[in-house]
Every structure is written in structure tokens, then in C-alpha cells.
Design a binder for this molecule. Structure first.
Ligand code: HEC
Length: 109
């Protein structure tokens, strides 16, 4: 019983755990450039609010998750027409698992 109380107190104090994709987003400093509702208000890059919906409209015939993968690894795959700044390439900087987590989390935003 004491152990149970201790465990639930610990769980309560540590609060909700970030989804893995959000952890990657922060670790890779995406939030230094991109605004995202409730997470960041950075203005260097585009706002990523609603990116899960927009992602499938960027490259003809390319599904949203595939577009995000390509854009993150090799940003010149698609460039925002109204942006003068470029995004850094993440090829070689993310493990396959990190990229998967990041992409599936972005698809929910
Ligand atoms: C140094 C600033 C910077 C960093 C860091 C950065 N980006 Fe970007 N990003 C940009 C800029 C500027 C653009 C718009 C120009 C372009 O398309 O390349 C952009 C565009 C994008 C787009 C296209 C948005 C759309 O509407 O299609 C996505 C998706 C994206 N970034 C995701 C990420 C993710 C995920 C990370 C972290 C792994 C990241 N960015 C890190 C600057 C950055």
C-alpha cells in the first residue's frame, strides 16, 4: 500500500510525459525556428500549425508523411515560395526511429 501511494505520488509529480516526436522536435531545435501552437512562437521558419493537413499538398502525388521525411532530410526538396530563408538539412543527424517519431507526431499537428 505504501509503495502504491509512493508510485502514484511520483506519477502525479512528474506530470504528463511529452510524446517522443515532441522530444525530438525540441532536441533538434526545430522549435528555434518554427512556431507551433502551445510549443513555440519562433518566427524564423514557417508556422507548423496544421502541417499534418498541408503536408500532402506540397508535392504532387507524395503523401504527407513522405513529404515531411524528404523536407526534413533534404529541405530543398520543396521551398516555401514566400520565404527568403532556408532550412538546415537533417540528413545524418536523426536516427530512423527519431525521424519516424517526429514525422508521425507532426502529422497530428
Ligand atoms: C534555422 C531555422 C530552421 C530550423 C532549425 C528548422 N527549420 Fe524547418 N524551415 C525553416 C524555414 C526558413 C522554412 C521555410 C523555407 C523552406 O521551405 O525551406 C522551413 C520549412 C519547413 C517545413 C515546410 C513547411 C510546409 O508548410 O510545408 C517543415 C515541415 C519544416 N520546416 C520542419 C522542420 C523540422 C521538423 C525541423 C527540425 C528537425 C526544422 N524544420 C528545423 C527553418 C528552420
Amino acid at each position: 500500500m505504501v509503495v502504491f501511494r509512493l508510485l502514484s505520488a511520483l506519477r502525479f509529480e512528474s506530470g504528463p510525459v511529452d510524446p517522443p516526436g515532441l522530444t525530438v522536435f525540441r532536441a533538434q531545435q526545430c522549435d528555434h525556428c518554427h512556431a507551433l501552437d502551445g510549443i513555440s512562437q519562433a518566427t524564423l521558419g514557417l508556422s507548423l500549425d496544421g502541417i499534418g493537413q498541408r503536408a500532402s499538398t506540397r508535392l504532387p502525388g507524395v503523401a504527407g508523411p513522405d513529404y515531411l521525411r524528404r523536407k526534413i532530410l533534404r529541405p530543398d526538396t520543396w521551398r516555401a515560395p514566400d520565404s527568403l530563408k532556408a532550412m538546415p538539412a537533417y540528413e545524418g543527424k536523426l536516427s530512423g526511429a527519431e525521424l519516424d517519431e517526429l514525422v508521425s507526431w507532426l502529422m497530428t499537428r
